[in-house]
Design a protein around this ligand. Structure first.
Ligand SMILES: [Zn+2]
Length: 314
């Protein structure tokens, strides 16, 4: 993980009250407080995490948006610690192999990744002969990607000119990016516009309805805390909107994208660990949850392929 404790106080947060960023409903249920005094390391600023009663999306109430780029305080090596470049490149190749089975266009060869980080996935796809493009808001990450031959636009997803192109890309990859975006439906509508008709998008997001998060919130209650374990709106990894299969399907529908396949998948364990008695309890609990989740088909992530229909209006 990143060293956020020293960096977090430098960021200021703009607070606003808004409806569900997925479906627009104002009906919600509080899951708990998150950040600041509601974090055992006092990371970030405190806000409430809520679940939409309509679409099941998870968001913050109030929303806290950074003034500036909070990611820029972390080096690429720091932020991506634990992610092996080589295995990411192999995964990029596998992504392309899967995409080619889903695309109904022979000769499709143009891939855009939003939030491409160091560009390892794209470098893997380029080895398969694809033209690869990335959007990355942190210049240090983008320069690492550019050194690997990726055409990178240094921009946020919201201001990307690559994403404003129409009918351009055969495949768009949102690798753990949608949970970072404050207006996810607007982002998915842009993805829809930028895809060629019949083009596909792969969306990886954490599963905010996983057994681990549900038990984590119960664990907080059992310890007498009104804290939630969902999202990380004001500290790394800065997750501001949370999805489950229900809310992700709603988001696809609102953006005019057709679900091709949606799977709950095992993800890397993002839970922080600590020493001492409670640290031991938490490690044992986490390992137990991983075992049970595997047996019942639950997981901490969602991997979803969706397609832009050949004839569609959004
Ligand atoms: Zn909603």
């Amino acid at each position: 993980m990143v060293n956020a404790a020293a960096a977090a106080p430098k960021v200021e947060w703009r607070s606003s009250i808004g409806p569900c960023p997925i479906c627009g409903s104002t009906l919600y249920r509080r899951l708990g407080r998150r950040g600041g005094e509601a974090h055992r390391a006092n990371l970030g600023a405190a806000t409430w995490v809520v679940r939409c009663r309509d679409c099941h999306g998870v968001y913050c109430h109030p929303t806290l948006e950074p003034i500036g780029n909070p990611y820029s305080q972390h080096s690429a090596e720091e932020y991506f610690a634990g992610q092996e470049a080589l295995s990411q490149m192999e995964a990029g190749g596998q992504l392309i192999a899967k995409a080619e089975t889903l695309l109904m266009r022979p000769g499709a060869r143009k891939l855009l990744e939003l939030g491409c980080g160091r560009g390892d996935y794209l470098a893997g796809a380029a080895k398969q002969g694809w033209s690869v493009f990335g959007v990355e808001m942190t210049p240090e990450f983008a320069s690492v990607a550019a050194r690997k031959g990726v055409q990178v636009e240094v921009s946020s997803v919201e201001t990307s000119t690559l994403l404003q192109r129409e009918n351009e890309f055969d495949v768009i990859y949102l690798a753990a990016i949608l949970e970072h975006v404050y207006r996810p439906i607007e982002c998915l509508k842009q993805v829809h516009r930028a895809l060629v008709p019949g083009g596909v998008v792969l969306i990886d997001v954490p599963n905010e309805c996983s057994l681990r998060t549900r038990l984590g919130n119960l664990y907080m209650r059992a310890r007498g805390r009104d804290w939630a374990v969902n999202l990380a709106p004001t500290f790394p990894p800065f997750h501001v909107v949370g999805f489950c299969p229900v809310s992700l399907r709603r988001a696809l529908s609102l953006a005019g994208l057709d679900e091709v396949e949606l799977n709950v998948v095992k993800w890397r364990d993002m839970l922080p660990t600590r020493s001492g008695f409670w640290g031991g309890v938490e490690r044992l609990g986490s390992a137990g949850v991983t075992g049970v989740a595997g047996m019942i088909g639950d997981g901490d992530g969602i991997a979803c392929w969706a397609r832009k229909p050949h004839l569609s209006v959004v």
